[in-house]
Design a protein around this ligand. Structure first.
Ligand code: NCD
Length: 331
C-alpha cells in the first residue's frame, strides 16, 4: 500500500477537463471491443481513469459489487493464463459470475460447429463474452453475431486490445505520462498481437515515438507501419537492443512459436534478442513484457527496479474490471 501511494502515478490525476470528458463519454461509444483501432484518446483516458478507481477499491479492500447478477462467458480456444485468470478475477471482484469453455478440442467447434453458432448460443447464457481464438479476424466474426457485449482476448496474430489497455495503464503508472513516451519494442513484431494493438493506442498520444528491434523475418507488418506514417508517428527500425536503450520503455516480446510453419526457423530466431541486467543497470528505462517469457528476459533483470512485467500483469485485473463495468453500463 505504501508503495502504491508513493508512486508518481498515485499522486497524479487527470486534469479536471479530462475527467469531465470521461464522465460525459461514459458508457463507451461501442458495445464490442475487438480492436484498439476503435478507441479514441478520450475513450482510452476514460478506461484508464476508471481502472485507477478500480485499483483504489481493490487496494482499500472495499467491496464493489456493481456486476452482481451478471455472468461473463470466458471462451479460451487458445492457451492463456494471465488474460483468462485476470478477466475471471475482475468479474468476480465486481460481484459477477463466470462460465468458461477452454480448448477447441473440448468444445462443439471440434464437432464442426461454426464460431457464429457458438457465439449466438453463448450470448443467451451470459451477459458479456471474452474470447481468445487462434484465427485472426475471429473476434470480428464473433462480434458481428453476439447479442451481448463481446471482448477480443486475442485473435491469432491480429489484436489483443485489453493487453494494450493494461500496457497503457502500466506505462502511465510507471512513467507518470503517456505523452512524450519513447518506446522500444523488441522481438516478434510480426506475429505478436500485443505490439500491434499497443502501437495503435499509444500512437494516439502526443510526441510518442517507436524504436523497433526485430529479426528481418519478424519485422513490424506494413499494417502497423502504415498507421505510424498516417499519424505522423516517428519510428525507426534497428538491429540491436543497444540501439533502443535510450527509450523510456523497453517492451520485450516472445517469439510466437505457435505461428511458425517451419519449426527450424523458430529455433533459429527464438533467442535472437535476450535482455540481461548488465545491459540496463543504472538506466532509467522501464522493462515491460506481456508474458509469458521464454528466455528473452534473463531472470537477473527481475531484481532491478526497472522490471515492471509482473506489476504489468497485475494491472490486467483493474483494467478489465473497468472495461467489464463500462461495457455493461455499470460504471
Ligand atoms: C500475450 C498474448 O497472448 O498475445 N500474452 C498475454 O496475453 N499476456 C503474449 C504472448 O503470448 O506472447
Amino acid at each position: 500500500m505504501r508503495v502504491l501511494q508513493e508512486s508518481p502515478f498515485w499522486r497524479w490525476t487527470y486534469p479536471y477537463r479530462v475527467r469531465r470528458i470521461c464522465r460525459e463519454q461514459m458508457p463507451l461509444p461501442f458495445q464490442h471491443l475487438t480492436s484498439t483501432k476503435q478507441l479514441s484518446r478520450s475513450d482510452t483516458d476514460a478506461i484508464l481513469v476508471k481502472a485507477k478507481e478500480m485499483e483504489a477499491v481493490v487496494a482499500k479492500g472495499e467491496a464493489n459489487h456493481v456486476l452482481q447478477g451478471k455472468i461473463l462467458a470466458s471462451l479460451f480456444y487458445e492457451p492463456s493464463t494471465r488474460t483468462r485468470l485476470s478477466f475471471e478475477s475482475a468479474m468476480q471482484r465486481l460481484g459477477g459470475q463466470i462460465i468458461t469453455a477452454e480448448g477447441i478440442q473440448f468444445s462443439s467447434m471440434y464437432k464442426g460447429e461454426t464460431l457464429e453458432d457458438t457465439i449466438m448460443m453463448v450470448s443467451q447464457y451470459a451477459d458479456i463474452i471474452a474470447m481468445r481464438h487462434p484465427e485472426q479476424g475471429s473476434a470480428d466474426r464473433a462480434a458481428a453475431v453476439s447479442t451481448v457485449p463481446f471482448i477480443n482476448a486475442g485473435d491469432g496474430p491480429g489484436q489483443h486490445p485489453t493487453q494494450a489497455l493494461l500496457d497503457m495503464y502500466t506505462i502511465l503508472k510507471e512513467r507518470g505520462t503517456l505523452d512524450g513516451i519513447h518506446i522500444t519494442m523488441v522481438g516478434d513484431l510480426k506475429f505478436g498481437r500485443t505490439v500491434h494493438s499497443l502501437s495503435y493506442l499509444l500512437g494516439l498520444y502526443k510526441d510518442v515515438r517507436f524504436t523497433l528491434v526485430a529479426p528481418q523475418e519478424l519485422r513490424m507488418p506494413e499494417k502497423v507501419t502504415s498507421f505510424y506514417q498516417e499519424h505522423a508517428v516517428p519510428y525507426t527500425e534497428v538491429e540491436s537492443i543497444e540501439e533502443g536503450l535510450d527509450a523510456d520503455v523497453l517492451y520485450m516480446t516472445r517469439v510466437q512459436q505457435e505461428r511458425f510453419e517451419d519449426k527450424a526457423e523458430y529455433e533459429r530466431l527464438k533467442l535472437k534478442y535476450v535482455l540481461t541486467a548488465a545491459q540496463i543497470k543504472g538506466r532509467d528505462i522501464t522493462v515491460m513484457h506481456p508474458l509469458p517469457r521464454v528466455g528473452e528476459i534473463a531472470t537477473d533483470v527481475d531484481a532491478l527496479p526497472n522490471a515492471a512485467y509482473f506489476r504489468e500483469a497485475g494491472n490486467g485485473v483493474f483494467v478489465r474490471m473497468a472495461l467489464l463495468a463500462m461495457l455493461l453500463g455499470k460504471a
